[in-house]
Design a protein. Structure first.
Ligand SMILES: [Fe+2]
Length: 182
């Protein structure tokens, strides 16, 4: 079934709102929010992939930690999507669009060893944090300090989880993986 969108409520690409941020600022923010929404959807499922498949000596700690990362990503996904709508935009948050737009590397499907998951999840969190940090600056430049603050909160969480995950890296036993994760 094809749903025909009802155009009446949309003016100048934005939905009407009394939000006093200039339309130009809000229009500029929507694609930035949707780009990071796609990354967040991807990160959430990458963390679940790690949560389900990790094996090894650190199983229970990492199994729980990866689930915590997925839960945090779920909260951040909601913050980012709802911010886009608050600004008069459309949150584009389907799995299909998330998969197409995400800038994260695909999570490896063939790994199970805990150290391999530590390396893969560290790389994902670092790439995610870098893009969220860029979004802080982009929001600031567009004059949207509220979104800059939201992205600051999210990047702080990404840094914290990167620290938690990297702390499981067995640096003595796996010097090669240490390089891979950096
Ligand atoms: Fe679970």
């Amino acid at each position: 079934m094809k749903i025909v969108p009802h155009k009446r409520e949309v003016t100048n690409e934005l939905h009407h709102t009394h939000n006093d941020l200039p339309a130009q600022t809000r229009t500029g923010m929507i694609p930035i929010l949707n780009a990071r929404l796609a990354d967040t959807i991807d990160l959430l499922h990458q963390a679940k992939q790690a949560h389900w498949n990790v094996k090894g000596r650190n199983f229970i700690a990492l199994h729980k930690l990866f689930d915590e990362i997925a839960e945090a990503a779920d909260e951040h996904m909601d913050l980012i999507a709802e911010r886009a709508v608050q600004l008069g935009g459309v949150a584009e948050g389907t799995i299909q669009i998330g998969a197409r737009r995400s800038e994260l590397e695909p999570y490896p499907l063939e790994i199970s060893d805990d150290q391999d998951h530590v390396a893969a999840m560290s790389a994902a969190l670092a790439a995610y944090g870098k893009r969220v940090r860029q979004a802080i600056d982009q929001s600031d430049e567009l004059g949207d300090k509220d979104t800059a603050d939201m992205f600051t909160e999210i990047s702080r969480a990404a840094d914290k989880y990167l620290w938690f995950v990297e702390s499981h890296l067995d640096r003595e036993a796996h010097p090669a993986r240490r390089r891979k994760a950096s």
